[in-house]
Design a protein around this ligand. Structure first.
Ligand SMILES: *Cc1c(COP(=O)(O)O)cnc(C)c1O
Length: 499
């Protein structure tokens, strides 16, 4: 299968090349050019009344897309990523059924957020991509994080020979525990640095580095190549398709749906990566009802799906769901490509008008819109959702998943969905203990470590091992820089690492 850029279809890459480069030279994102529209055969995920193991579903889905990897490499990468012990549950991502809906628990990985699903396999995929393309460069991954990608990338590439990882996060823009995770227990080849500003400032600073040709030439002379572990990298998106099929197979096995019956997925959304993987799953033959795009007060996507107008000219709001505090959802560009039926010129124009004018408009009657519903939760509504879900279902959700639950209830009340809905549980509540505690008992405890223990006592739910570890270890001193210092900081890291 070939991959081309959303902004230039003549820029064609193999999957190995696309995964190694992350973003295309002209700033576009790589898209799989599916030559066949054949669905993934049902037997690959559900056969003779049994759900296939997660790893087998992963092999089937990835084999479909990564055609220039050998079957042995794909199997090896999958086994390295999804081996028992890396996920805190025998069922990699269990589904908690609540009747008409269920929570898909994507928080069982080493950093307790859904990003572990893709980032644990990106390192082996990059390693084999280098072998397959004869790439002799040393790879430096630059990643902007709103909190969860950072540590997941650091874990995924921990002591990996495939790449070194530099993570940038907004200063004061992530939770104490997210920060603690990034500043403890890191391996030599990974490091996290704070940038003054919000997530969009951080993401823009990192994006500028990728398109700074002088800087890239300088690195190239030293045998270094930049790559990305953000969801703009197609290697991040493809592994996420797997859990949509896995969830569907789980529902078949539980007898909650019959073969072919459509299921809705409700996805707490920020950069639009996770939900886009759901859209791709639908294209690959998953019986998909609606995709519900859940946002917080930064409701730019809710407005987009209602009106077709994407307008970032608004106040950035810092919320209790920081991983969704985003006004520029990078992966929406891939959906715009679908909306324009692959017209790369129009995509480039549209993305330029977002940069120049701060907004763009597409036709909301376009076919692609029919798959989506959208809704957003205020802070009060998100807190109320945490309390309701705990009181009614004895199930503890985090502040992001709370936006998902709120969006599901509102969408169902508006009569917009039929059938079963899977709500993606994107992070452990123990990553945001102060807010979750406040939601449950309206007591303000600012110390996150105290909150952690209180939350454990109050709910009887156990603190995940990786979080317990992050609390025990000594935290290293935070490095804080200005966005303008990013290239100097990268050079300094390169020196330190002797790259
Ligand atoms: C990253 C993240 C999101 C948003 O996912 P996108 O793929 O960026 O849309 C939602 N919830 C949590 C907990 C996250 O870490």
């Amino acid at each position: 299968m070939k991959y081309y850029s959303t902004r230039n279809k003549n820029n064609i890459k193999t999957s190995c090349e696309a995964i190694l480069s992350g973003i295309s030279e002209e700033g576009g994102l790589f898209i799989p050019a599916r030559e066949t529209k054949d669905p993934l055969p049902r037997e690959t995920y559900f056969d003779k009344g049994e759900k296939a193991p997660y790893a087998e579903i992963a092999v089937s889905v990835l084999s479909h897309y990564l055609t220039d990897y050998s079957p042995g490499q794909i199997r090896e990468a999958v086994l390295r990523a999804y081996c028992p012990g890396k996920f805190g549950s025998s069922e990699i991502f269990p589904l908690a059924d609540m009747g008409r809906f269920g929570f898909l628990d994507l928080t069982t990985g080493r950093t307790c957020a859904f990003k572990d699903a893709a980032l644990s396999i990106l390192a082996p995929l990059m390693e084999y991509a280098k072998v397959n393309t004869g790439n002799k460069y040393k790879t430096l991954i630059l990643t902007a994080t709103s909190g969860d990608t950072g540590k997941a990338a650091m874990e995924g590439f921990s002591s990996s020979s495939a790449a070194d990882v530099l993570v940038f996060y907004p200063h004061n823009g992530v939770s104490e525990l997210q920060k603690r995770q990034m500043l403890t227990g890191r391996s030599e080849n990974t490091k996290a640095i704070a940038i003054r500003g919000n997530f969009d400032d951080v993401q823009n600073a990192v994006k500028r580095v990728f398109t700074d040709s002088a800087f890239n030439n300088l690195l190239s002379d030293r045998g270094i190549e930049l790559s990305s572990a953000n969801s703009i990298n197609i290697g991040r998106l493809l592994p996420q398709i797997v859990y949509y099929f896995n969830a569907y197979a789980t529902l078949l096995q539980k007898g909650k749906v019959s073969p072919g019956e459509k299921v809705n997925f409700c996805v707490p959304t920020g950069n639009f990566g996770d939900i886009l993987a759901g859209y791709y799953a639908g294209e690959l033959g998953l019986p998909l009802g609606k995709l519900i795009c859940a946002s917080n007060s930064n409701s730019v996507l809710t407005d987009f799906f209602k009106t077709g107008i994407y307008d970032r000219r608004r106040e950035f709001v810092r919320t209790i769901s920081p991983s969704m505090d985003i006004l520029i959802s990078s992966n929406l560009e891939r959906l715009i490509f679908e909306i324009y039926s692959g017209d790369d010129k129009k995509v480039a124009q549209t993305m330029n008008s977002l940069i120049r004018e701060g907004y763009y408009r597409v036709d909301p009657n376009n076919e692609v819109f029919k798959t989506f519903e959208a809704s957003w939760a205020s802070e009060q509504e998100a807190l109320a959702a945490i309390k309701t879900v705990f009181n009614e279902y004895s199930y503890l959700i985090d502040t992001h998943t709370a936006c998902g639950y709120d969006a599901y209830v509102k969408t169902a009340q508006r009569g917009k969905i039929e059938g079963y809905t899977v709500i993606l549980s994107t992070a452990s509540p123990f990553k945001f203990p102060s807010e979750v505690l406040y939601a449950l008992c309206e007591k303000r405890e600012v110390d996150e470590i105290v909150s952690l223990e209180t939350l454990n006592e109050l709910t009887g739910k156990s603190i995940p091992k990786p979080i317990e570890n992050a609390v025990k270890l000594d935290k290293e001193k935070e490095t804080v820089i200005k966005a303008s210092e990013i290239t100097d900081t990268i050079l300094k890291f390169i020196e330190e690492r002797g790259m």
